[in-house]
Design a protein around this ligand. Structure first.
Ligand SMILES: C[S@@+](CC[C@H](N)C(=O)[O-])C[C@H]1O[C@@H](n2cnc3c(N)ncnc32)[C@H](O)[C@@H]1O
Ligand SMILES: [Zn+2]
Ligand SMILES: [Zn+2]
Ligand SMILES: [Zn+2]
Length: 375
């Protein structure tokens, strides 16, 4: 293992699995976005107004139900719980453009990516599209999409915070949480380097609109899963990303380092790794008690590939607790990233040739490529 902040572990894999099970046949088919209030009641006024005000963001999947093809609509500005289904005829009448776009994506893809779309239904945030023009590999087996970390039985649950801020007038200078300024007024990360980020938490006196609450509100990045030659699945951005944009949290199963070691040895022949050590706080002594394994449970960040000249970096972040052994990992753009560009991180930022363990050849394609990935 090398020094230098959050980094990906070289050998982690898990045989433990729980396949995503999504069966379209029992999906309720609705004609308009179903707008439910917190107590589950449909808010009729909103449904009525939705007819005129809601636009189709994208078709995010399709399913054959009793011999008829249905398309799943993601509505602009609404969460996936409001998705609804339309027949092909209805789509042709109401939104032929969205239908044509979806058919083009399916047509371009060499692989059957429909199972991926079913899996991605569980993803929070803007819809994620999937395309594979490279080979015939589809959705990974035994993978469940999760939006936040899950903790294995051996890992203690992080304690609630022992301190909070009393700011009622914006968390700027003097705020105990954001002692260094973390974000600018538009929510872009301004602090650079490896130091940890502390966001305001549930006990802080500031409100939801506090400038120091960004990661906790979720990512707004619009992303695409793409197949890349020699690298497998990767992620590209569908919108320009400004430097400092929060892109995704690295989530998975939080396990002990011992368990991470043993999973690593077990799964070594598979050649893919999805393990991150939670050692940001300890880079001086290079040790950690826990790791995040995203092999069988993870989100979009599990698909970020490595680059020797990356456009994002990972920072340790504290939101609802301050336990340094169990910090969360947030991934931010480190420069402006153009539409269509692949999103990458350096799996081993402190790697030193001759000292770090070399693994597979690197295909990042950057001028600064170290030719191998290190762990
Ligand atoms: C966290 S996963 C990334 C997603 C992965 N490509 C997939 O299809 O699931 C890490 C694995 O992706 C592959 N990978 C990532 N970056 C790479 C690179 N620059 N060159 C070659 N392979 C890469 C390696 O197999 C690595 O173990
Ligand atoms: Zn605050
Ligand atoms: Zn605070
Ligand atoms: Zn490289």
């Amino acid at each position: 293992m090398t020094r230098g902040g959050a980094k990906q572990r070289g050998t982690g894999r898990s045989a433990k699995s729980s396949a995503a099970s999504h069966d379209n046949s029992d999906q309720q088919l609705t004609q308009q976005p179903a707008l439910e209030s917190s107590d589950g009641e449909i808010e009729e006024d909103e449904v009525a107004s939705s007819k005129s005000s809601f636009e189709v963001e994208a078709i995010v999947g399709d399913a054959m139900i009793e011999g008829e093809q249905y398309f799943e609509i993601q509505w602009r500005g609404l969460g996936i719980e409001h998705n609804s289904f339309r027949t092909k005829d209805e789509m042709e009448r109401e939104n032929p453009k969205a239908l044509a776009k979806y058919m083009r994506t399916l047509g371009k893809s060499k692989a059957d990516v429909r199972k991926f779309y079913q899996l991605l239904r569980d993803a929070k945030g803007p819809p994620i599209s999937v395309i594979n023009t490279v080979d015939e590999v589809g959705c990974p087996e035994n993978f469940t999409y999760i939006n936040q970390n899950i903790y294995s039985d051996e890992v203690p649950r992080p304690c609630t915070p022992m301190f909070w801020c009393e700011c009622t007038n914006g968390c700027r200078e003097g705020c105990e949480c954001a002692s260094e300024r973390n974000y600018d007024n538009r929510g872009m990360l301004v602090s650079v380097g490896k130091e940890r980020i502390v966001e305001c938490g549930p006990l802080c006196k500031c409100g939801d609109d506090c400038i120091n609450r960004v990661v906790q509100k979720g990512s707004k990045a619009v992303l695409e899963l793409r197949r890349y030659p020699h690298k497998g699945w990767g992620v590209a951005t569908k919108r320009l990303l400004k430097r400092g944009t929060f892109v995704a949290e690295y989530v998975g199963e939080v396990i002990t380092t011992d368990e991470a070691e043993s999973r690593g040895f077990k799964d070594k022949p598979q050649g893919l790794t999805y393990m991150y050590d939670l050692d940001n706080e300890f880079f001086a002594s290079d040790c950690s008690d826990f790791s995040i394994d995203a092999k069988t449970h993870g989100n979009i960040s599990r698909f970020f590939n490595h680059s020797c000249d990356p456009n994002m970096n990972t920072r340790s972040i504290y939101i609802e607790h301050r336990d340094p052994r169990l910090h969360r990992l947030a991934i931010f753009a480190t420069r402006k990233i153009k539409v269509g560009e692949e999103l990458t991180i350096d799996y081993s930022p402190g790697a030193v040739e001759g000292e770090s363990v070399k693994t597979d050849p690197c295909h990042c394609g950057s001028k600064k490529c170290r030719k191998f990935m290190y762990f």
